[in-house]
Design a protein around this ligand. Structure first.
Ligand code: AMP
Ligand code: GLY
Length: 422
């Protein structure tokens, strides 16, 4: 079949890599793709949020199956429009994508159906938000309601920081209209886990858990990023805890979406805090995590394309997924300055050397080709991935790959996997 993957990050490179291995895949396209993806798929110059152009391309090329990577296209209704055109697509429709597109929708749903999460209030007016803060005794988190590229969340240490966060979102409008409505929620202490399940509307199949590293520097310091590294599986999520997550969170969420008239299809990515009171939802995402997807794909033994198709076709009840028992660990190499200002265009060398090391996969996250050279074209640029019997050995192997990359304009964290290694 002809498959189109939408997106240009490390997640999409990993999806393309996994899908290309399927005997079912006869032709693979990516829009817009990147320099790494170009080695395995035909890249077409269409942005991931250009819904009209994507649908037109899928129609004219007679694409059989579209796999949507990023949330923006889902929230804009790409899947609805593809289905209207008779083209199968992996991912939720616009109504179901609200689960990520609107934090107020997600929190109201959890409140209504008793799904464990942090206590919260919503506000569309700064003075009311501030007087609420004045009355609170616990640590707070201020969040913009809409999509803000992962940056619309401010963890406040005290009331002054919370006031400043409100001004930043509602008065300075740092995230535009995403901050017209805000949420203030209690801070949940605990260990954070990314949990993934495939959902076909009614049935949910657990994929695996992974752990991301959001902060830019070692030890979890510095500003939050899209994720600086990941590993899977994570020792925190035991078999027993996985069952609890399915029973208390995933299954009730799927039922709630059916009851609300917007059944969920696609991958459901639950950001969880494992607290002393059990797992609680930080947020839902309606797509694979990036960089979590890369470690999931590195571990998945089953045919990924078949799994995604089963999900779209409502056949998950018949699906069994096999995994490598090894741990996969990924180190993100980012452009100096990220997540703040960084330069594009620096030349990356050593990619072949790293890729030639046994067991190493180099996933491109923000690259493009310039003549015969590969240059940096984003904040997160590469994801060096390795498998190992333990988190420690996967860590060692991945950093061997990192050492082979010759790129002075980039940096990485040196402690990916530290929680599990400790
Ligand atoms: P979100 O985009 O809502 O997942 O928030 C980004 C990050 O902020 C999360 O991955 C957590 O690390 C942190 N965070 C968000 N909400 C809370 C909370 N209520 N308690 C503790 N940490 C939080
Ligand atoms: N790595 C977290 C995310 O994709 O949202």
């Amino acid at each position: 079949m002809k498959v189109l993957v939408v997106g240009s990050g490390g997640r999409e490179h990993a999806l393309c890599w996994a899908i290309a291995k399927s005997p079912k895949c006869k032709k693979l396209y990516a829009a817009p793709g990147n320099a790494g993806i170009a080695d395995i798929a035909e890249c077409v110059k269409i942005d991931a949020d250009d819904i009209t152009a994507l649908v037109d391309f899928a129609k004219s090329e007679k694409i059989d199956f579209v796999v949507v990577g990023p949330e923006v296209a889902l929230v804009l209704g790409l899947v609805d429009q593809l289905e209207e055109a008779g083209i199968k697509a992996f991912g939720p429709n616009k109504a179901a994508a609200q689960l990520e597109g609107s934090k107020a929708f997600m929190k109201d749903l959890m409140g209504k159906y008793g799904i464990p999460t942090a206590a919260y209030e919503t506000f569309d007016e700064p003075d009311a938000a501030k007087s609420y803060i004045m009355r609170q005794e616990t640590r707070l988190v201020v969040k913009a309601d809409g999509l803000a590229a992962g940056k619309g969340v401010i963890l406040c240490h005290n009331k002054n920081e919370a006031y400043a966060a409100i001004d930043h979102m509602m008065i300075e409008r740092a995230f535009g209209e995403a901050g017209d409505e805000i949420l203030i929620e209690e801070f949940m202490p605990g260990e954070e886990v990314s949990f993934f399940a495939l959902v076909d509307g009614e049935t949910a199949v657990p994929l695996a858990a992974a752990q991301d590293h959001k902060a830019v520097h070692d030890g979890g310091t510095g500003p939050n990023t899209g994720g600086m590294g990941a590993y899977s599986p994570t020792p925190v999520v035991t078999k027993k805890l996985q069952k609890q997550i399915m029973d208390d969170i995933i299954t009730p969420t799927i039922k709630a979406m059916v009851d609300e008239g917007c059944p969920y299809k696609g991958v459901l990515f639950c950001g969880l805090m494992i607290t002393d009171e059990g797992p609680k939802v930080l947020e839902y995402n309606v797509r694979f995590g990036d960089p979590e997807c890369q470690v999931l794909m590195a571990r998945m033994k089953s045919d990924t394309l078949e799994a995604l198709l089963a999900c779209t076709n409502g056949k998950l009840d018949k699906l069994e997924i096999d995994w490598h028992s090894d741990t996969a660990l990924l180190v993100v190499m980012a452009a100096n300055g990220y997540p703040n200002h960084y330069e594009k265009g620096s030349i990356i060398k050593g990619l072949d050397v790293a890729a030639a090391i046994e067991g190493i996969n180099v996933f491109h996250a923000g690259t493009k080709t310039k003549g015969k050279k590969v240059v940096a074209d984003g904040g997160r640029v590469l994801g060096i991935t390795a498998l190992g019997k333990t988190v420690k050995s996967a860590h060692k192997a991945a950093y061997k790959g990192v050492e082979a990359i010759d790129w002075a304009e980039g940096f990485c964290r040196s402690d990916i996997g530290w929680r599990a290694i400790k």
